[in-house]
Design a protein around this ligand. Structure first.
Ligand SMILES: [Zn+2]
Length: 495
Protein backbone atom coordinates (compact mmCIF):
# COMPACT_ATOMS: atom_id res chain seq x y z
CA UNK A 1 0.00 0.00 0.00
CA UNK A 2 1.34 3.40 -0.88
CA UNK A 3 0.45 6.82 0.36
CA UNK A 4 -1.36 8.59 -2.43
CA UNK A 5 -2.40 11.93 -1.15
CA UNK A 6 -2.82 14.01 1.92
CA UNK A 7 -5.55 16.54 1.46
CA UNK A 8 -5.91 19.65 3.48
CA UNK A 9 -9.50 20.32 2.65
CA UNK A 10 -10.66 19.57 6.13
CA UNK A 11 -10.73 22.49 8.50
CA UNK A 12 -11.50 22.23 12.17
CA UNK A 13 -14.25 24.58 13.31
CA UNK A 14 -12.93 27.58 15.15
CA UNK A 15 -9.36 26.50 14.61
CA UNK A 16 -9.82 23.46 16.84
CA UNK A 17 -7.39 20.59 16.84
CA UNK A 18 -8.12 17.49 14.80
CA UNK A 19 -6.12 14.66 16.25
CA UNK A 20 -4.69 11.95 14.05
CA UNK A 21 -6.30 9.43 16.35
CA UNK A 22 -9.65 10.05 14.67
CA UNK A 23 -8.82 7.75 11.84
CA UNK A 24 -10.16 4.42 10.80
CA UNK A 25 -10.33 2.09 7.93
CA UNK A 26 -13.34 1.91 5.76
CA UNK A 27 -13.39 -1.00 3.42
CA UNK A 28 -15.62 -0.98 0.43
CA UNK A 29 -16.11 -4.10 -1.61
CA UNK A 30 -16.68 -2.10 -4.73
CA UNK A 31 -13.87 0.41 -4.16
CA UNK A 32 -11.16 -1.08 -1.97
CA UNK A 33 -9.75 2.01 -0.40
CA UNK A 34 -8.65 2.96 3.04
CA UNK A 35 -9.47 6.46 4.11
CA UNK A 36 -8.51 8.38 7.20
CA UNK A 37 -11.52 10.57 6.80
CA UNK A 38 -11.03 13.19 9.40
CA UNK A 39 -7.57 14.23 8.39
CA UNK A 40 -8.19 13.77 4.68
CA UNK A 41 -5.51 11.11 4.27
CA UNK A 42 -6.08 8.86 1.28
CA UNK A 43 -4.20 5.62 0.92
CA UNK A 44 -3.89 3.77 -2.32
CA UNK A 45 -5.53 0.45 -1.77
CA UNK A 46 -3.89 -2.36 -3.50
CA UNK A 47 -5.27 -4.26 -0.54
CA UNK A 48 -7.75 -7.04 -1.00
CA UNK A 49 -11.40 -6.31 -0.37
CA UNK A 50 -12.38 -7.28 3.14
CA UNK A 51 -15.71 -8.75 4.05
CA UNK A 52 -17.31 -9.22 7.42
CA UNK A 53 -16.63 -7.25 10.54
CA UNK A 54 -14.72 -4.04 10.08
CA UNK A 55 -11.76 -3.37 12.32
CA UNK A 56 -12.61 -1.32 15.39
CA UNK A 57 -11.99 2.40 15.39
CA UNK A 58 -9.18 3.88 17.37
CA UNK A 59 -10.08 5.40 20.71
CA UNK A 60 -10.91 9.07 20.43
CA UNK A 61 -12.40 11.92 22.43
CA UNK A 62 -14.60 14.78 21.29
CA UNK A 63 -15.13 18.17 22.86
CA UNK A 64 -18.58 19.66 22.16
CA UNK A 65 -21.86 20.51 23.80
CA UNK A 66 -23.34 17.23 25.05
CA UNK A 67 -27.10 16.70 25.31
CA UNK A 68 -28.62 13.33 26.10
CA UNK A 69 -31.53 11.71 27.89
CA UNK A 70 -30.48 9.53 30.81
CA UNK A 71 -31.58 5.96 31.42
CA UNK A 72 -32.48 6.77 35.01
CA UNK A 73 -34.69 9.67 33.86
CA UNK A 74 -34.08 13.32 33.05
CA UNK A 75 -31.32 14.48 30.80
CA UNK A 76 -27.72 15.68 30.90
CA UNK A 77 -26.55 18.89 29.27
CA UNK A 78 -22.90 19.89 29.26
CA UNK A 79 -22.43 23.21 27.45
CA UNK A 80 -18.73 22.35 27.11
CA UNK A 81 -18.16 18.63 27.55
CA UNK A 82 -15.88 15.80 26.51
CA UNK A 83 -17.03 12.37 25.38
CA UNK A 84 -14.43 9.60 25.25
CA UNK A 85 -14.86 6.56 23.02
CA UNK A 86 -12.70 3.48 23.58
CA UNK A 87 -11.14 1.19 20.98
CA UNK A 88 -14.17 -1.08 21.05
CA UNK A 89 -16.50 1.79 20.17
CA UNK A 90 -17.99 2.18 23.65
CA UNK A 91 -18.45 5.38 25.56
CA UNK A 92 -15.68 5.45 28.16
CA UNK A 93 -16.23 8.89 29.67
CA UNK A 94 -18.61 11.85 29.70
CA UNK A 95 -17.31 14.89 31.57
CA UNK A 96 -17.14 18.67 31.75
CA UNK A 97 -14.24 20.01 29.70
CA UNK A 98 -13.32 22.54 32.39
CA UNK A 99 -10.33 21.21 34.27
CA UNK A 100 -9.99 18.10 32.08
CA UNK A 101 -6.96 17.32 29.92
CA UNK A 102 -7.71 18.29 26.33
CA UNK A 103 -4.55 17.16 24.54
CA UNK A 104 -5.51 15.02 21.56
CA UNK A 105 -9.18 15.79 22.00
CA UNK A 106 -11.05 16.58 18.78
CA UNK A 107 -12.64 19.97 19.23
CA UNK A 108 -16.03 20.13 17.54
CA UNK A 109 -17.36 23.16 19.42
CA UNK A 110 -19.94 24.59 18.97
CA UNK A 111 -21.48 21.42 17.58
CA UNK A 112 -23.88 19.52 19.83
CA UNK A 113 -23.35 15.81 20.42
CA UNK A 114 -26.60 13.87 20.69
CA UNK A 115 -27.35 10.16 20.73
CA UNK A 116 -28.10 8.99 17.20
CA UNK A 117 -31.77 8.98 16.26
CA UNK A 118 -33.68 5.70 16.20
CA UNK A 119 -36.17 5.40 13.31
CA UNK A 120 -38.62 2.62 14.13
CA UNK A 121 -40.40 2.58 10.80
CA UNK A 122 -39.25 3.12 7.20
CA UNK A 123 -39.55 1.46 3.80
CA UNK A 124 -36.22 1.29 1.98
CA UNK A 125 -37.51 0.82 -1.59
CA UNK A 126 -39.86 3.78 -1.22
CA UNK A 127 -37.22 6.45 -0.57
CA UNK A 128 -37.21 7.68 -4.21
CA UNK A 129 -40.90 8.57 -3.81
CA UNK A 130 -40.51 10.68 -0.65
CA UNK A 131 -42.78 13.71 -0.89
CA UNK A 132 -45.09 12.33 -3.58
CA UNK A 133 -48.77 11.53 -3.21
CA UNK A 134 -49.79 13.92 -0.44
CA UNK A 135 -53.36 13.60 0.77
CA UNK A 136 -54.20 10.32 -0.96
CA UNK A 137 -55.82 7.68 1.19
CA UNK A 138 -53.58 4.78 2.17
CA UNK A 139 -54.94 2.07 -0.11
CA UNK A 140 -55.00 4.31 -3.21
CA UNK A 141 -51.50 5.58 -2.42
CA UNK A 142 -50.16 2.02 -2.07
CA UNK A 143 -51.61 1.06 -5.41
CA UNK A 144 -50.59 4.15 -7.32
CA UNK A 145 -47.21 5.03 -5.86
CA UNK A 146 -45.79 2.24 -3.75
CA UNK A 147 -46.39 -1.13 -5.34
CA UNK A 148 -44.91 -0.12 -8.73
CA UNK A 149 -41.80 1.15 -6.97
CA UNK A 150 -41.39 -1.90 -4.74
CA UNK A 151 -41.87 -4.19 -7.73
CA UNK A 152 -38.69 -2.72 -9.21
CA UNK A 153 -36.71 -3.38 -6.01
CA UNK A 154 -36.41 -6.99 -7.00
CA UNK A 155 -32.80 -8.09 -7.22
CA UNK A 156 -29.28 -7.53 -5.95
CA UNK A 157 -28.59 -4.92 -8.59
CA UNK A 158 -31.59 -2.86 -7.55
CA UNK A 159 -30.40 -3.04 -3.95
CA UNK A 160 -26.87 -2.03 -4.94
CA UNK A 161 -28.25 1.02 -6.75
CA UNK A 162 -30.48 2.19 -3.95
CA UNK A 163 -29.53 0.85 -0.52
CA UNK A 164 -26.07 2.45 -0.05
CA UNK A 165 -27.51 5.85 -0.93
CA UNK A 166 -30.47 5.23 1.36
CA UNK A 167 -28.24 4.48 4.35
CA UNK A 168 -26.12 7.56 3.64
CA UNK A 169 -29.33 9.58 3.56
CA UNK A 170 -30.47 8.18 6.91
CA UNK A 171 -27.10 9.01 8.45
CA UNK A 172 -27.23 12.51 6.96
CA UNK A 173 -30.61 12.96 8.64
CA UNK A 174 -29.09 11.91 11.99
CA UNK A 175 -30.51 8.39 12.09
CA UNK A 176 -28.03 5.79 13.34
CA UNK A 177 -30.53 2.96 13.90
CA UNK A 178 -33.23 2.12 11.41
CA UNK A 179 -35.92 -0.54 11.44
CA UNK A 180 -37.04 -0.87 7.85
CA UNK A 181 -39.09 -2.90 5.40
CA UNK A 182 -37.61 -4.12 2.13
CA UNK A 183 -39.79 -5.34 -0.74
CA UNK A 184 -41.13 -8.89 -1.15
CA UNK A 185 -37.91 -10.07 -2.81
CA UNK A 186 -35.21 -11.97 -0.95
CA UNK A 187 -32.37 -10.92 -3.26
CA UNK A 188 -32.88 -7.19 -2.77
CA UNK A 189 -33.30 -7.60 1.01
CA UNK A 190 -30.04 -9.53 1.08
CA UNK A 191 -28.45 -6.74 -0.95
CA UNK A 192 -29.78 -4.15 1.49
CA UNK A 193 -28.19 -6.03 4.38
CA UNK A 194 -24.88 -6.08 2.51
CA UNK A 195 -25.13 -2.33 2.03
CA UNK A 196 -25.88 -1.79 5.72
CA UNK A 197 -22.98 -4.04 6.67
CA UNK A 198 -20.59 -1.98 4.56
CA UNK A 199 -22.01 1.42 5.52
CA UNK A 200 -21.91 0.87 9.27
CA UNK A 201 -25.45 1.95 10.17
CA UNK A 202 -27.32 -0.11 12.76
CA UNK A 203 -30.12 -1.73 10.78
CA UNK A 204 -32.94 -4.16 11.40
CA UNK A 205 -34.49 -5.15 8.09
CA UNK A 206 -37.07 -7.57 6.81
CA UNK A 207 -38.34 -8.95 3.53
CA UNK A 208 -41.99 -7.95 3.12
CA UNK A 209 -44.43 -10.85 3.29
CA UNK A 210 -47.85 -10.67 1.59
CA UNK A 211 -50.01 -13.50 0.29
CA UNK A 212 -53.42 -11.90 -0.11
CA UNK A 213 -52.31 -9.10 -2.42
CA UNK A 214 -49.04 -9.37 -4.27
CA UNK A 215 -47.12 -7.36 -6.83
CA UNK A 216 -44.87 -10.25 -7.79
CA UNK A 217 -46.94 -12.08 -10.40
CA UNK A 218 -44.06 -14.44 -11.18
CA UNK A 219 -44.73 -16.54 -8.09
CA UNK A 220 -47.54 -19.09 -8.05
CA UNK A 221 -49.94 -17.75 -5.39
CA UNK A 222 -50.31 -21.22 -3.89
CA UNK A 223 -46.59 -21.29 -3.06
CA UNK A 224 -46.18 -17.75 -1.72
CA UNK A 225 -46.59 -18.55 1.97
CA UNK A 226 -44.07 -21.40 2.05
CA UNK A 227 -41.62 -19.56 -0.12
CA UNK A 228 -41.84 -16.34 1.86
CA UNK A 229 -41.30 -18.18 5.14
CA UNK A 230 -38.33 -20.10 3.74
CA UNK A 231 -36.71 -17.00 2.27
CA UNK A 232 -37.22 -15.06 5.49
CA UNK A 233 -35.62 -17.88 7.44
CA UNK A 234 -32.65 -17.95 5.07
CA UNK A 235 -32.15 -14.22 5.55
CA UNK A 236 -32.42 -14.65 9.32
CA UNK A 237 -29.74 -17.33 9.27
CA UNK A 238 -27.40 -15.07 7.34
CA UNK A 239 -28.01 -11.69 8.93
CA UNK A 240 -29.75 -11.75 12.31
CA UNK A 241 -27.22 -10.75 14.95
CA UNK A 242 -24.45 -10.08 12.41
CA UNK A 243 -21.53 -7.88 13.43
CA UNK A 244 -22.16 -8.46 17.13
CA UNK A 245 -25.80 -7.47 16.87
CA UNK A 246 -25.42 -4.35 14.73
CA UNK A 247 -27.62 -5.99 12.09
CA UNK A 248 -30.85 -7.76 12.87
CA UNK A 249 -33.89 -9.27 11.23
CA UNK A 250 -37.55 -8.37 11.57
CA UNK A 251 -40.10 -10.79 10.19
CA UNK A 252 -42.28 -8.44 8.15
CA UNK A 253 -45.85 -9.30 7.16
CA UNK A 254 -46.96 -6.04 5.52
CA UNK A 255 -50.36 -5.64 7.23
CA UNK A 256 -53.60 -7.49 7.73
CA UNK A 257 -55.11 -6.34 4.44
CA UNK A 258 -52.38 -8.03 2.39
CA UNK A 259 -51.83 -11.13 4.56
CA UNK A 260 -53.98 -14.15 5.30
CA UNK A 261 -54.47 -15.34 8.87
CA UNK A 262 -52.19 -18.27 8.01
CA UNK A 263 -49.36 -15.96 6.98
CA UNK A 264 -49.76 -13.78 10.06
CA UNK A 265 -49.69 -16.82 12.34
CA UNK A 266 -46.78 -18.54 10.60
CA UNK A 267 -44.72 -15.36 10.48
CA UNK A 268 -45.28 -14.72 14.20
CA UNK A 269 -44.20 -18.29 14.92
CA UNK A 270 -41.06 -17.79 12.84
CA UNK A 271 -40.18 -14.59 14.72
CA UNK A 272 -40.72 -16.25 18.10
CA UNK A 273 -38.70 -19.35 17.18
CA UNK A 274 -35.76 -17.38 15.78
CA UNK A 275 -35.91 -14.62 18.45
CA UNK A 276 -36.15 -11.97 15.75
CA UNK A 277 -38.46 -8.95 15.68
CA UNK A 278 -41.95 -8.93 14.14
CA UNK A 279 -43.12 -5.74 12.44
CA UNK A 280 -46.30 -4.73 10.70
CA UNK A 281 -48.83 -1.88 10.46
CA UNK A 282 -51.99 -1.38 12.52
CA UNK A 283 -54.95 1.00 12.60
CA UNK A 284 -53.57 3.62 10.25
CA UNK A 285 -56.46 4.67 8.03
CA UNK A 286 -60.26 4.45 8.41
CA UNK A 287 -60.63 2.76 5.00
CA UNK A 288 -57.97 0.22 5.93
CA UNK A 289 -59.69 -0.53 9.25
CA UNK A 290 -63.00 -1.16 7.48
CA UNK A 291 -61.25 -3.53 5.11
CA UNK A 292 -59.68 -5.45 8.00
CA UNK A 293 -63.10 -5.86 9.61
CA UNK A 294 -64.41 -7.23 6.33
CA UNK A 295 -61.49 -9.64 5.85
CA UNK A 296 -61.35 -10.87 9.47
CA UNK A 297 -65.01 -10.98 10.64
CA UNK A 298 -64.11 -13.32 13.47
CA UNK A 299 -61.73 -10.80 15.07
CA UNK A 300 -63.01 -8.36 17.68
CA UNK A 301 -60.99 -5.50 16.22
CA UNK A 302 -57.78 -4.79 14.29
CA UNK A 303 -55.44 -5.48 17.20
CA UNK A 304 -57.25 -8.77 17.79
CA UNK A 305 -56.24 -9.92 14.29
CA UNK A 306 -52.60 -9.82 15.35
CA UNK A 307 -53.39 -11.12 18.82
CA UNK A 308 -55.02 -14.22 17.34
CA UNK A 309 -51.93 -14.72 15.18
CA UNK A 310 -49.69 -14.69 18.27
CA UNK A 311 -48.06 -11.50 17.05
CA UNK A 312 -48.26 -9.23 20.09
CA UNK A 313 -45.41 -8.85 22.57
CA UNK A 314 -42.19 -7.08 23.43
CA UNK A 315 -40.43 -8.01 20.16
CA UNK A 316 -43.25 -6.59 18.04
CA UNK A 317 -43.25 -3.10 16.55
CA UNK A 318 -46.56 -1.93 15.11
CA UNK A 319 -46.54 1.23 13.02
CA UNK A 320 -49.19 3.96 13.38
CA UNK A 321 -51.88 2.69 15.81
CA UNK A 322 -53.78 5.94 15.42
CA UNK A 323 -57.41 4.92 15.90
CA UNK A 324 -57.22 2.43 18.80
CA UNK A 325 -60.23 1.62 20.94
CA UNK A 326 -59.76 1.50 24.70
CA UNK A 327 -59.75 -2.28 24.48
CA UNK A 328 -57.05 -2.31 21.82
CA UNK A 329 -54.94 0.16 23.76
CA UNK A 330 -55.22 -1.88 26.96
CA UNK A 331 -54.30 -5.09 25.13
CA UNK A 332 -51.20 -3.54 23.53
CA UNK A 333 -50.08 -2.24 26.93
CA UNK A 334 -50.79 -5.60 28.58
CA UNK A 335 -48.71 -7.50 26.03
CA UNK A 336 -45.84 -4.97 26.03
CA UNK A 337 -46.22 -4.42 22.28
CA UNK A 338 -44.22 -1.50 20.87
CA UNK A 339 -45.56 1.29 18.68
CA UNK A 340 -43.80 3.32 15.99
CA UNK A 341 -45.45 6.76 16.04
CA UNK A 342 -45.23 8.29 12.54
CA UNK A 343 -46.98 11.68 12.75
CA UNK A 344 -45.56 13.15 9.54
CA UNK A 345 -46.82 10.14 7.58
CA UNK A 346 -50.18 10.31 9.33
CA UNK A 347 -50.74 13.89 8.21
CA UNK A 348 -49.19 13.43 4.76
CA UNK A 349 -51.60 10.60 3.95
CA UNK A 350 -54.47 12.21 5.89
CA UNK A 351 -54.71 9.13 8.10
CA UNK A 352 -55.42 10.85 11.41
CA UNK A 353 -53.79 12.28 14.53
CA UNK A 354 -52.71 9.90 17.27
CA UNK A 355 -53.92 10.76 20.79
CA UNK A 356 -50.31 10.48 21.93
CA UNK A 357 -50.75 11.84 25.45
CA UNK A 358 -53.59 9.41 26.17
CA UNK A 359 -51.48 6.48 24.97
CA UNK A 360 -48.47 7.53 27.04
CA UNK A 361 -50.69 7.94 30.08
CA UNK A 362 -51.89 4.37 29.53
CA UNK A 363 -48.29 3.15 29.51
CA UNK A 364 -47.90 2.28 25.82
CA UNK A 365 -44.27 1.90 24.69
CA UNK A 366 -43.75 4.38 21.83
CA UNK A 367 -40.84 5.49 19.68
CA UNK A 368 -40.76 7.52 16.47
CA UNK A 369 -40.79 6.50 12.82
CA UNK A 370 -40.34 8.43 9.58
CA UNK A 371 -42.37 5.93 7.53
CA UNK A 372 -40.74 7.13 4.34
CA UNK A 373 -42.29 7.37 1.86
CA UNK A 374 -45.66 7.53 3.63
CA UNK A 375 -43.83 10.22 5.53
CA UNK A 376 -42.09 12.75 3.28
CA UNK A 377 -39.08 13.35 5.56
CA UNK A 378 -36.31 10.98 6.65
CA UNK A 379 -35.40 13.23 9.55
CA UNK A 380 -36.59 12.20 13.00
CA UNK A 381 -36.20 15.89 13.95
CA UNK A 382 -38.84 16.61 11.29
CA UNK A 383 -41.01 13.82 12.71
CA UNK A 384 -40.73 15.42 16.15
CA UNK A 385 -41.83 18.75 14.72
CA UNK A 386 -44.95 17.34 13.09
CA UNK A 387 -45.64 15.29 16.21
CA UNK A 388 -45.48 18.42 18.35
CA UNK A 389 -47.78 20.36 16.02
CA UNK A 390 -50.16 17.40 15.95
CA UNK A 391 -50.38 17.44 19.72
CA UNK A 392 -51.09 21.15 19.64
CA UNK A 393 -53.86 20.61 17.10
CA UNK A 394 -55.49 18.03 19.35
CA UNK A 395 -55.47 20.53 22.22
CA UNK A 396 -56.90 23.32 20.09
CA UNK A 397 -59.40 21.39 18.01
CA UNK A 398 -60.18 18.17 19.88
CA UNK A 399 -60.05 19.53 23.44
CA UNK A 400 -57.24 17.18 24.38
CA UNK A 401 -56.37 18.17 27.93
CA UNK A 402 -53.36 15.91 28.49
CA UNK A 403 -49.99 17.69 28.64
CA UNK A 404 -48.02 17.96 25.42
CA UNK A 405 -44.43 16.80 25.12
CA UNK A 406 -41.61 19.29 25.68
CA UNK A 407 -38.54 19.40 23.39
CA UNK A 408 -36.47 17.18 25.69
CA UNK A 409 -39.34 14.66 25.83
CA UNK A 410 -39.22 14.47 22.04
CA UNK A 411 -35.45 13.93 22.19
CA UNK A 412 -36.02 10.99 24.54
CA UNK A 413 -38.73 9.53 22.32
CA UNK A 414 -36.53 9.77 19.22
CA UNK A 415 -33.53 8.14 20.88
CA UNK A 416 -33.76 6.22 24.17
CA UNK A 417 -37.45 5.29 23.85
CA UNK A 418 -36.80 4.04 20.32
CA UNK A 419 -33.88 1.96 21.60
CA UNK A 420 -36.11 0.65 24.41
CA UNK A 421 -38.80 -0.30 21.90
CA UNK A 422 -36.23 -2.52 20.20
CA UNK A 423 -34.90 -3.89 23.48
CA UNK A 424 -31.56 -2.22 22.72
CA UNK A 425 -31.56 0.42 25.48
CA UNK A 426 -28.74 -1.30 27.36
CA UNK A 427 -26.57 -0.74 24.28
CA UNK A 428 -27.67 2.51 22.68
CA UNK A 429 -30.07 5.45 22.93
CA UNK A 430 -28.13 7.78 25.21
CA UNK A 431 -24.62 9.09 25.79
CA UNK A 432 -23.74 7.20 28.95
CA UNK A 433 -20.60 5.34 29.99
CA UNK A 434 -20.62 1.73 28.87
CA UNK A 435 -23.01 2.21 25.96
CA UNK A 436 -21.95 1.84 22.35
CA UNK A 437 -21.00 5.16 20.77
CA UNK A 438 -23.92 5.78 18.40
CA UNK A 439 -23.63 9.55 18.18
CA UNK A 440 -24.42 12.50 15.97
CA UNK A 441 -22.87 15.97 15.93
CA UNK A 442 -25.32 18.72 15.00
CA UNK A 443 -24.58 22.35 14.21
CA UNK A 444 -26.97 24.54 16.26
CA UNK A 445 -25.88 27.67 14.38
CA UNK A 446 -27.72 26.41 11.31
CA UNK A 447 -31.01 26.53 13.22
CA UNK A 448 -30.82 30.25 13.94
CA UNK A 449 -33.00 32.64 11.95
CA UNK A 450 -29.96 34.89 11.46
CA UNK A 451 -26.64 33.18 11.00
CA UNK A 452 -24.55 36.28 11.62
CA UNK A 453 -25.31 36.52 15.32
CA UNK A 454 -22.68 35.09 17.68
CA UNK A 455 -23.49 31.73 19.22
CA UNK A 456 -22.36 30.97 22.77
CA UNK A 457 -23.26 27.46 24.01
CA UNK A 458 -22.98 28.63 27.62
CA UNK A 459 -25.92 30.97 27.12
CA UNK A 460 -28.37 28.43 25.67
CA UNK A 461 -30.17 25.95 27.89
CA UNK A 462 -30.87 22.36 26.91
CA UNK A 463 -34.56 22.79 26.11
CA UNK A 464 -33.81 25.76 23.85
CA UNK A 465 -31.12 23.85 21.95
CA UNK A 466 -33.54 21.02 21.34
CA UNK A 467 -36.44 23.33 20.51
CA UNK A 468 -34.44 24.92 17.71
CA UNK A 469 -33.30 21.53 16.39
CA UNK A 470 -36.94 20.44 16.20
CA UNK A 471 -38.69 23.58 15.00
CA UNK A 472 -35.93 25.06 12.87
CA UNK A 473 -34.28 21.91 11.55
CA UNK A 474 -31.87 22.47 8.68
CA UNK A 475 -31.38 19.59 6.21
CA UNK A 476 -27.60 19.82 6.56
CA UNK A 477 -27.38 20.46 10.30
CA UNK A 478 -26.24 16.90 11.12
CA UNK A 479 -22.52 17.18 10.41
CA UNK A 480 -21.33 13.75 11.52
CA UNK A 481 -22.72 10.43 12.65
CA UNK A 482 -21.07 7.43 14.27
CA UNK A 483 -22.21 3.91 15.09
CA UNK A 484 -20.16 2.08 17.67
CA UNK A 485 -17.50 4.75 17.24
CA UNK A 486 -17.20 4.24 13.49
CA UNK A 487 -17.98 7.28 11.40
CA UNK A 488 -20.79 6.89 8.88
CA UNK A 489 -20.79 8.24 5.37
CA UNK A 490 -23.62 10.68 4.70
CA UNK A 491 -23.32 13.77 6.88
CA UNK A 492 -21.18 16.40 5.26
CA UNK A 493 -18.74 17.07 8.11
CA UNK A 494 -18.12 20.42 9.80
CA UNK A 495 -18.72 23.49 7.67
ZN1 LIG B 1 -45.22 1.93 6.69
Amino acid sequence: MTLRSVSSDFAAPDGGFIGPSLCWWTISRARPMAVCRDIGLHLDASVPAVTGTLPPGHPFAIRATVLTPLTAGGSEHLADGIVEVDAGGRIAGVREAAGAATAGVIDLRPLVLLPGMVDLHAHLPQLPNAGLGAGLDLLTWLDRYVFPLERRFDDAEAAARLAPAAFRAFAAAGTTTVLAYGAVFKASTDGAFQAAEAHGIRAILGKVMMDRITYDERIDPATILDRSLRESEELIARWHGADDGRLGYAVTPRFAVSCTADMLRASAELAARTETWWQTHVSEDPGEIDEVHRLFPEARDYVDVYDRAGGLGARTILAHAIHLSDRELARLVETGTRIAHCPSSNLFLASGVMPLARYLEAGLAIGLGSDVAGGPDLSIFGVMRVGAYSQTVRRVVADDTEPTLAPLDWLRMGTLDGARALGLDERIGSIEVGKEADLIAVDPRMTAAMRDLPYDPAEVDAADVMSRLIFRSHPDMVRRAWVRGRRLEGPPGPA
